[in-house]
Design a binder for this molecule. Sequence first.
Ligand SMILES: *[C@@H]1O[C@H](CO)[C@@H](O)[C@H](O)[C@H]1NC(C)=O
Ligand SMILES: *[C@@H]1O[C@H](CO)[C@@H](O)[C@H](O)[C@H]1NC(C)=O
Length: 449
Amino acid sequence: MFKLSLILSFYFTYIPPSSANIGYILPISRRSVNYPDENRDFDLGFARTELKGVIRKYTAIQQRGLLLNTDNDISDFVHDNYPDVDIIVDKAFSAGNFDEVIQTAEAIAPTFDTLPLVDQIEEGLDLVYYGEVQIGTPTQTFSLDIDTGSADLWVPCDCARCQSRQYNPGKSSTYRQKDDAFDVVYGTGWVHGRTVIDRVSIAGVTIDNQTFGTISHESADFRAYSNDGILGLAFSTIAQCHEHTIMENAILQKQVNVPIFSVHLERGRENGSELCIGCFHPSKAIGSPSWNRVIDRTYWSISLNAFVVSGYWNVFATKMSAVIDTGTTLIYLPGDAANQLYSKIPGAKRATDYGAGFYSYPCKDAFGVEFVFDDRPLSIHPDDFNQGMTSSDPSQCIGGIIAITDSSWPSDLAIIGDEFLKSWYSTYDYSSGGRVGFSPSINNHFLRS
Ligand SMILES: *[C@@H]1O[C@H](CO)[C@@H](O)[C@H](O)[C@H]1NC(C)=O
Ligand SMILES: *[C@@H]1O[C@H](CO)[C@@H](O)[C@H](O)[C@H]1NC(C)=O
């Protein structure tokens, strides 16, 4: 699909800088098991839990009212703090000149790092991508799930039943009390606690006076995961703590050179994923991003207009708002939209054995599913789409696009999770009014080791 010459010219013309000056890179890890295994069975337990969780995560926010923090015009402060940033970022990207993105960045602030992430892999699903973040003075380290689908940071504190590291405010000289109640409902559960203020350091970027949640109670669901807490990267308009997110504060405090962050998610590999803070990492992506305007600055939501199956374009009956969510594993469409999509896949049918929402299709059939956001079709890798064989018929596999048939679910809300993002390096730009960029991920073009 991708031209070799382009890959080669990319490598000949671009010499990646040493990691010390690429940007603020947070390595992300993930957890999962048995990957890749083409012959695995469909794991209903996981899919059902996530389906229920996604409904909870998104309807809780709708019910509470979307705008929790009204001091939220990130666009204004991006402009105040980074004059001409739209033009500079846009020019560098459209010229395919990532050096320029980085150099522009370095001219504004000299340091530049990334956060490696770890991937929690389970039953062939890449479940949770998390990285190590430092809090307090001296620092205390926590592994946080990188979640573009929520807007709060939290860590456990005095949590008797949490099986994870705990934040100790008494040992931090930069801790300040805030003590508002803090409750968040997530896809996978809920947490309850109080807010505090402290210094947070992420991949070498230090943010002062960050408000975040300290959790004394969490639902049992969280104990299955190896991360200690969550790092929310959506817009603070939906932050339960009613304060700026870590990324917004990094921009406000001029700790990043360019008001963007980018996410690389590995497929089936524990290490190698990363969060690039204030940067775009050319060695994880191939080519410039194609940009999609953010519809409203709550989630990173962009419009999803059409889909392509085996080369044929179909316009969704309802134009959708698609939330780009690194904290969700699969892809979720409203019932009618999912039905419309599967009706174009030959041999696909409702997998009624598994309950509402699931569809099966002939495992061996070669077809491609692509989403058309603003205008360009972007494919979902078949390995990521395939959720495993059905127990009643091993020639039928469950598709990774799940229908939400719940009546409280908005008919135009789609959630695009890691299943899609493993094929597309994603860049989240606070300038230009907010936009999400997708570049082909290196996952699709190089052999796995
Ligand atoms: C953090 O808060 C303290 C106390 O209010 C203030 O002195 C300091 O300037 C703040 N730092 C930043 C970076 O806003
Ligand atoms: C992933 O990275 C961690 C931390 O650096 C290391 O302990 C682990 O062995 C690595 N795993 C693999 C499969 O390389």
